[in-house]
Design a protein around this ligand. Sequence first.
Ligand SMILES: O=C(O)CCC(=O)C(=O)O
Ligand SMILES: [Fe+2]
Length: 289
Amino acid sequence: MFDPDQGKPGAIAPNLFIGVHFTATGKGRVMVVTDDQVRDFRDKGFIVLKGFFDQGVMDKVSAFLDDLRNKPPAEGPAESEEAKYYEESPSTGEKILVRVENMLGDNNPELTRLLISPEVTETLTRLFGEAPVLFKDKANYKLPGCRPDKLHQDQAAGWNAYCDLFITMGLIVDPNRKTNGALSFLKSGNYEKALMSEEWKPLTEDDPPYSPEEEYMLLEADPGDVIFFDSYVPHGSPSNDSNTSRRNVYITFNRQSDGDMRMQYYRDKWRNYAPNKADDARTDESFRV
Ligand SMILES: O=C(O)CCC(=O)C(=O)O
Ligand SMILES: [Fe+2]
């Protein structure tokens, strides 16, 4: 049974309230995940929720990402600007937008309201067992020619410096198919809630199907589907060798009891790995999430 007292009223950290209008009281909340799904998440490290966002929301997200793709990159990294990252495609040599970060919060309050909906907060509260706080957000464009995202645990991207558990909501924006670089996730639960490689190093250089093949699931999914996954479950995707983009948005949260580390994280990251412009597109393959 759903426990209405779980996730105490008012326990949501301020940065989630940016423009969000809802009351986190025990009454009238929507149950968005079942006890079985919470158990599944604990066993396997992820759950997939089909059709979590409707077409109307997804049309807005898609248009927002199109505009953002065309928006000139900021002069330098700043709290008040989205951070754009360009790379040279290893297959075509073209300079392409790979990802954009720091979109949420004051930078785009309406998008924030749409994507960190009461249902999202409620789901995360059940999965964490306490209120969530926004840590980072990112759109991966995975345009035609984009390189692989090699098999990894998100926690290996320097996240141990902040805390020992994060949960990410991956939102499918374009249809994700085997042909356009769909992700694969370890589905067996056979992983450690600890780093299984050196920080920044992928778990393998190989492309999917990862090995052992029966332990992995290809996530073919449609706009509006979401996957909630912990920061240790291995996942990755191959290069996009098709002619259609495979855009996904990833929004990562930590437990409220670990604090609000969002801006510290971005400031640290920008010191070592600053956003760039198409002219300075990186060719370096070092792993950064
Ligand atoms: O978008 C993808 O294919 C993988 C992205 C990912 O896992 C990451 O950036 O951490
Ligand atoms: Fe990842």
